[in-house]
Design a protein around this ligand. Structure first.
Ligand code: ADP
Ligand code: PHD
Length: 444
């Protein structure tokens, strides 16, 4: 780690900022506008428009086809066209044609899925380093990822030393590193945000900038609410909660490395670089505290719920333990487990149950002998998030009032002990209307 270097920023650019040559030119002018932007973390080129495909998705397609022994040349030529097109439009020779040939051969000989997926960031990093005349740093040499997908602490020294020169500009591709055996390993999807945070911590950076296509964290998903209000400031805990519950602007695990050492984060808009975006901090300023009751509303409509009812369940020691044991035994992670005296529900991502709900319910019946068991294959969860909710009476009443006014039936309610969020479950078909009703209640 290099904590004595206070004047560098890590600037992560997401796929939307790298989608085409026009976007890359914006990126360059952002980097040139402030000499503190020394450590550049690119994702792979994203979608240029709604009908386009992310490079990372094309790479997964190629790998999948190659594994089946099928022809992957049409997806692969789209990757080649995009990268060589960028090289020629920007007038830079980063040697990508040879690298792409290597990738084709690697796919044919059966490289790992992580290796294949990581090449979008790798090639984009090579391109940017050549174009910006910066030093390319391969994360495979200095970002170590554990078996469960988290950063290994040895990374702080390894990467800190690799990024040590305060005068140099570095390009460190996002999304991947290596595992304990030295093989390429990726984070989960959206993981370049994690790399940015890891680099900021390892380099002792003053600020972690995360450049995307919206002006920071918006109070709701812009695909559901028309022009939601941007947040000037949120806490690490609030954005993690929002991200986990569906605000895809930031990876939900990206806050841990910077939060632990107090490096502030700034989400900015590549398409509106003068907008100050959202600042993510440990504590909200007095101005923010006086202006907001909630940080925002986020949600996802891809959950399923199993509810088990049994008379006098509260007297049966270990009932919930055995219920969760059935999930564990089937390798199914759960998201929430709200309960009342005689019933308990488990909420899991719907994909886990798609083809084995019946089998799981049979096992629950055998293990717990419930009076009732109910399975809802699709349910939406919506989180109303805010540090201040614990100190503000009446927030829950306003949430439920807004949903009632919209004629939306609440299927479950869950509030964590931290009172950082209230979670409500509604039918998947009510999801958008529920988000709009709650946003309308608090923001207007
Ligand atoms: N609450 C929210 N605030 C901001 N963006 C959100 C929110 N919820 C969902 N999004 C979506 O996240 C997108 C940005 O994330 P992403 O596509 O991963 O960007 P990038 O390519 O820059 O990494 C936005 O375009 C927006 O559609
Ligand atoms: N390219 C990877 C990693 C990433 O973080 O991308 P983005 O910054 O475009 O969300 C993905 O698509 O998952």
């Amino acid at each position: 780690m290099n904590p004595t270097n206070p004047s560098r920023f890590v600037s992560k650019f997401g796929g939307s900022s790298l989608a085409g040559a026009g976007q890359l030119r914006k990126v360059r002018s952002i980097i040139d506008a402030d000499s503190r932007r020394r450590i550049i973390v690119p994702s792979a080129p994203g979608k240029r428009d709604n009908s386009d495909t992310k490079i990372t998705d094309l790479l997964y397609l190629c790998h999948h086809a190659a594994q089946l022994g099928a022809d992957f040349s049409s997806s692969f030529s789209r990757i080649v066209e995009r990268f060589t097109g960028l090289e020629s439009e920007l007038g830079v020779d980063a040697g990508l044609a040879q690298q792409l040939e290597q990738l084709r051969a690697d796919l044919q000989r059966g490289v790992s899925v992580d290796h294949a997926a990581s090449r979008g960031e790798y090639l984009c990093g090579r391109l940017l380093a050549a174009w910006l005349d910066a030093e390319f740093v391969d994360p495979v040499d200095c970002v170590v990822i554990s078996a469960n997908g988290l950063v290994e602490p040895e990374t702080w020294d390894l990467l800190g030393q690799r990024l040590a020169d305060p005068e140099r500009r570095y390009v460190l591709p996002g999304f991947y590193g290596r595992d304990a055996e030295g093989r390429v390993r990726t984070f989960t999807r959206g993981g370049s945000d994690v790399t940015g945070a890891v680099a900021a911590r390892a380099a002792g950076a003053e600020l972690y900038e995360n450049w995307t296509d919206v002006s920071g964290l918006l109070m709701a998903d812009p695909r559901i609410v028309d022009s939601p209000r941007p947040m000037a400031e949120v806490t690490y805990a609030e954005i993690r909660e929002m991200a986990y519950m569906g605000a895809s602007v930031l990876h939900d695990e990206a806050m841990a490395p910077v939060r632990e050492v107090g490096i502030p984060v700034n989400i900015r808009n590549t398409n509106a670089p003068d907008h100050p975006g959202t600042r993510i901090v440990a504590q909200l300023s007095a101005e923010t505290l006086s202006g907001t009751q909630i940080a925002g509303v986020a949600g996802k409509d891809n959950f399923a719920m199993i509810t088990v009812g049994k008379n006098l369940m509260n007297r049966e020691v270990g009932f919930v333990y055995r219920l969760l044991g059935v999930l564990e035994h089937n390798d199914i992670p759960f998201e929430h487990c709200p309960s009342s005296i005689d019933s308990v529900s488990v909420i899991v991502e719907a994909r886990w149950l798609e083809d084995r709900a019946e089998q799981l319910m049979d096992e629950i019946r055998r293990t717990l002998e419930p009076d009732e068991i109910d399975y809802v294959p699709r349910i939406a969860l919506i989180a109303i998030v805010g540090e201040e909710m614990a100190h503000t009476p009446g927030i829950a009443a306003r949430v439920f009032g807004a949903l009632a006014k919209g004629g939306i039936n609440v299927r479950l309610i869950n509030q964590g002990a931290s009172e950082l969020n209230i979670i409500v479950g509604v039918a998947a078909e009510d999801y958008a209307a529920a988000v709009q009703a709650i946003y309308g209640e608090f923001v207007g």
